[in-house]
Structures are given as C-alpha cells and as structure tokens.
Design a binder for this molecule. Structure first.
Ligand SMILES: [Zn+2]
Length: 207
C-alpha cells in the first residue's frame, strides 16, 4: 500500500453510502479469500481531521486503503488474506485527504428513511426486517402530503393498512417521534449505535 501511495496513484475519495448493517442488505460479493461475515463488519470512517463521517463495511474500507484513499487508524485481531498479502482487518479508517461533507448529504430514499427510523415502525414501535416495512406518508398524498423527510416514516404493513388515507390523529395512531431530515447528528447517533460494541470507536465518537 505504501508503494502505491508513493507512486501517487490517488483517486478522489468517493464515499458512496455503505450498505447499512441496520438495513439488512449485505454487500453483493465478498472476496472469495475472505469470510463474508468479516468483510461485512462495520468500519468507522473518519475525515482527515479525525471527525467521524460515515460507517462502511470492511470490504469497502479495504478497497479505500488499497487505493491509498484511506489508512487504518485501528484494526482488530482478524487478518484477511489475498493471494499476495495479509492485511489486518480495519476497525477505524481515516481519509488521507480532507473531504467536505455537506450538512445534508443523505439522499431521500427508502433505504435512508429506514436507516433514520432504525427499521422501526413509527406507529407501533416494532423493529422489523426491511422487507416487512413500508414507507408511510404521515399526511397522505391524497391530501396533499409531500414525499419529504418530514412526511415519510418507516411503517409496518399492519399500521399502514390501519391508517389508510387518514392522518395519524384520525386513525388513532401516534408517531413515535417527529420525523426529521437525516442530519450529521442523526448519523453520529447511528454510528454510536452500530459501534457500541467496538471499544476502538469510542474515542472518535466522544463517548
Ligand atoms: Zn406498526
């Protein structure tokens, strides 16, 4: 990796949203040389300034390291082997070049709404697999409700049917919490939630 760095091969960091461990979607293919469970474990991504900015999977973190975009700050005891080398599995990585993170960089999508709501129906508070959740327009679309962060919530099919084309009040349902845009604050809460088992994340997340 060091050689690659010296050779100046440094593609711009492209932080696509990682498949979320909360979303139940696994990376599509793991390296055949590695156990898939290890490759899917969450890795905390720090900006060059050590500010936590994202959570990704080990597989993606290794790619960023190999490209010379990031380096490992913390590793765990596991080692992954490729044909030519062995690499400690990173637990925390840091981008080598500072990346400006817009205040609201999360796209409005089903995946991100479920992530924000932690795969929990916002009416009955049950945590469910993504496949058993739908999105509910709090103010129904038929009544002028928009598709926005503030008007979309994760909802189980039961509650969704019960609510129909009514407001929560009309249907006798109560929102678990007011839906908000996905902010950096939300992201950090999620990072804590995902990383609470990993001691090595703590100093970066200001526990
Ligand atoms: Zn429900």
């Amino acid at each position: 990796m060091d050689n690659r760095l010296k050779n100046g091969l440094r593609p711009r960091p492209r932080l696509n949203l990682p498949p979320s461990p909360l979303d139940g979607s696994a990376p599509k293919s793991a390296s055949p040389a590695s156990r898939p469970s290890v490759m899917q474990a969450p890795v905390l991504v720090l900006n060059a300034t050590f500010e936590p900015i994202n959570v990704t999977a080990v597989r993606r973190a290794l790619v960023l390291m190999l490209k010379g975009v990031a380096q490992a700050e913390e590793s765990n005891a596991s080692v992954v082997h490729s044909s030519s080398r062995s690499v400690s599995v990173p637990s925390v990585i840091r981008l080598l070049t500072y990346r400006h993170i817009p205040q609201q960089s999360r796209a409005l999508s089903r995946k991100n709404i479920l992530l924000r709501d932690r795969n929990t129906c916002q009416f009955c508070a049950r945590a469910l697999p993504a496949s058993e959740l739908t999105l509910d327009h709090v103010m129904p679309r038929s009544r002028g409700g928009h598709s926005s962060w503030e008007n979309l919530v994760a909802c189980c099919y039961e509650c969704n049917n019960r609510k129909g084309d009514r407001t929560p009040e009309e249907a006798g349902l109560k929102l678990a919490r007011r839906p908000r845009p996905f902010t950096l604050h939300t992201s950090r809460q999620l990072m804590r939630l995902i990383g609470h088992k990993d001691e090595k994340w703590r100093k970066y997340l200001f526990y």
